[in-house]
Each structure stands twice: as structure tokens, then as C-alpha cells.
Write a protein that binds this ligand. Structure first.
Ligand SMILES: Nc1ncnc2c1ncn2[C@@H]1O[C@H](COP(=O)(O)OP(=O)(O)OP(=O)(O)O)[C@@H](O)[C@H]1O
Ligand SMILES: [Mg+2]
Length: 307
């Protein structure tokens, strides 16, 4: 469904350039429900905005279904945003019109795209557990309820792809679990591909695959050991625990990101030495050659034997 290769996004403001994505690679299958995690400023929203057609990439490849988002025309982009992709923004105010009712909010994107279907709008609000609040104005709903309206709105035009930026950022744990359960149901019953950006590790722990972004690049991936895991099994103990296996991501050229904490701990800066023993690859601080050793054949070990 989604392929990004060497994706670059540079924001230019006055004199300053920010490289928000620096050659990011990611592949997401149709029908997947997956999460993206990463520190603040790592490029998560930037990636989602590009996938959602809200922002243009600077370079690299980005394809969603049959669409090439680097080459897409402005006119095609409008079509893409209306029919292929649904978006739940990090800032809820962007999703909703406060003086309209919940139902009117869901109907609006349908009207804009010419697919007005009030019965489906009601059904979506039932799906997110809001049939009893349909005719309330948005400003009369709680934050968690508004977030669920935002989910219903994002699905109004039956998108194949749903992008959610911190959908549980400002709700309590119970509402967060409910939102995740809605996503799981949409994914299973409608087959919608869902990408969730989150800071919430317990939420990330409950989906099949989690991709971690660091400094605008994919750094590692966590894959559930039991791929049939669901939110209600209650066993999400966090990442890289019992539930997820962690893998480091290599790009096509074999490049990988070494976590800063590891480099700092070993005082590696700029250069490192690498050893391969037939089974493992070890990255070590460069060997300091002391005056007494001179340039004599050095004595590093490979596979336990001294050479
Ligand atoms: N419109 C913009 N103009 C200039 N710089 C931007 C713009 N949007 C984002 N950036 C910068 O790009 C980098 C990535 O930002 P992004 O919003 O993608 O981070 P994020 O991972 O979503 O963070 P958070 O978890 O805080 O939402 C940051 O350094 C940010 O300051
Ligand atoms: Mg963000």
C-alpha cells in the first residue's frame, strides 16, 4: 500500500533549513494496522502529512497504492485526499467544526465530495459509540467524544488508508483503549490500512508492527511475536518486552542507525571499528594505539581466537 524510499523533506524558513526527513524508508502493506513512534521532532507528523497529501516531499520516492505522491498534480491531489486517504490530525481543532453537530460534521466531507450518504454517516457514529450524541454540537462533547467524531469524519469518504496523528494524545487510558478497539474493528471489518503515530507505548504495544523513527529516518522495527494479538488480550506490556521482537532497519545500501546512547557509552565519535565473526557483527570504539604498541601487528580478537 505504501512505499517510501529515500524520502527527504526539507522545510525552508527564511534563512534556516530544517531537514525533517533525511532519506526515510518504510513499507506498509495493505490491510496493516501499525504504529509509528519516535521522539518529539523526529519527523512523524512530517511523514504522515506527506502520506496524507497535505505536504509535498522534497525528494525520494513515495507511493501510496497507484499514486506517486512526488509526481502527483495538484488536481489529482485533491482527488487523492477526498477518496483514498482519511486523516486524523494531531490538533483536534483541525478535524472538527465546533458549531455543527456531530452528524453534520460527518456529513460535511460527504457533501464536499458529492457522496452524501446520511445513513452511512449515522452508521459511522454508531461504530464509534456515539449514536446517542449525534445531534449534539461539537462544543457540547467531551474531548474523547470529539476524538471519536474525528475518527468517524476521517472515514466518511470510505478511504482505503487511515492516518492518525496522536489520536490518543489528549484522552484518558480508557478512551485510548476504546479508540484503539475502534481502529482494530475498522481494520478487520472494513480492511482499512491504518497508520497511527503515537507517543503512547502501551498503545504501540498492542499493534502488530511498530516502526521507530529517529532523526528523520527509520531506525528500528518491533514485530509482534503473536501476530494475532488484539487490544483486548490485555497483555501489552510495552515494546521489546515479551510481545515484540526488535529489529534494526537497514537501508538498501546496508546503512543503519546506531542509537546515540550506545555511541555515547562507548565514546564512539565519527569512527568505529567493526568485526565479523561469522555469526555476529560487532561495532567497537576505535582501538587506541599507544606508543608502546607502535605499529606492531595488533592483537584484536575474532571469534574468541587471538590473531
Ligand atoms: N512547517 C514547518 N516549518 C519548519 N520546520 C518544521 C515544520 N514542520 C515541522 N518542522 C520541523 O521538522 C522537524 C520534524 O517535525 P515533526 O512535526 O514531523 O515532528 P514530530 O515527530 O511529529 O514531533 P511531535 O512528536 O512533537 O509531534 C522538527 O524539527 C520541526 O521543528
Ligand atoms: Mg507530530
Amino acid at each position: 500500500m505504501i512505499t517510501c524510499e529515500g524520502l527527504v523533506k526539507i522545510y525552508k524558513t527564511d534563512e534556516i533549513e530544517v531537514v525533517a526527513l533525511q532519506g526515510l524508508n518504510i513499507q506498509i502493506d495493505a490491510g496493516e494496522l501499525m504504529a509509528i513512534i519516535g521522539n518529539s521532532g523526529s519527523g512523524k507528523s512530517t511523514l504522515l502529512n506527506i502520506l496524507g497529501g497535505l505536504d509535498r516531499p522534497s525528494a525520494g520516492q513515495v507511493k501510496v497504492g497507484d499514486w506517486d505522491l512526488l509526481k502527483i498534480t495538484d488536481k489529482q491531489l485533491v482527488d487523492y485526499k477526498r477518496h483514498t486517504v482519511g486523516f486524523i490530525w494531531q490538533n483536534n481543532a483541525r478535524n472538527l467544526v465546533s458549531y455543527l453537530t456531530a452528524l453534520e460534521n460527518v456529513e460535511m466531507p460527504m457533501m464536499l465530495s458529492g457522496n452524501y450518504d446520511p445513513a452511512y454517516a449515522k452508521q459511522l457514529l454508531e461504530w464509534v459509540g456515539l449514536s446517542h450524541r449525534m445531534n449534539n454540537k461539537l462544543q457540547e462533547l467531551s474531548g474523547g467524544e470529539q476524538q471519536r467524531v474525528a475518527i468517524a469524519i476521517s472515514l466518511a469518504n470510505r478511504p482505503r488508508l487511515l492516518l492518525a496523528d496522536e489520536p490518543t494524545g489528549s484522552v484518558d487510558t480508557k478512551t485510548a483503549d476504546m479508540i484503539l478497539a475502534i481502529f482494530q474493528r475498522l481494520n478487520k471489518e472494513l480492511g482499512v490500512t491504518i497508520v497511527i503515530v503515537t507517543h503512547d507505548l502501551s498503545m504501540a504495544g498492542k499493534v502488530g508492527r511498530v516502526v521507530a523513527i529517529r532523526d528523520g529516518m527509520t531506525s528500528s522495527e518491533f514485530i509482534a511475536r503473536n501476530s494475532a494479538m488484539t487490544a483486548d488480550d490485555g497483555s501489552g506490556t510495552g515494546l521489546a518486552g515479551d510481545d515484540h521482537e526488535e529489529y534494526v532497519v537497514l537501508d538498501r545500501a546496508g546503512r543503519l542507525q546506531v542509537p546515540k546512547a550506545y555511541l555515547t557509552a562507548l565514546q564512539i565519535d565519527g569512527k568505529a571499528s567493526m568485526e565479523f565473526d561469522g555469526e555476529k557483527i560487532m561495532i567497537k570504539a576505535p582501538k587506541v594505539i599507544t606508543a608502546s604498541e607502535g605499529t606492531a601487528p595488533n592483537s584484536h580478537t575474532v571469534g574468541g581466537k587471538t590473531k
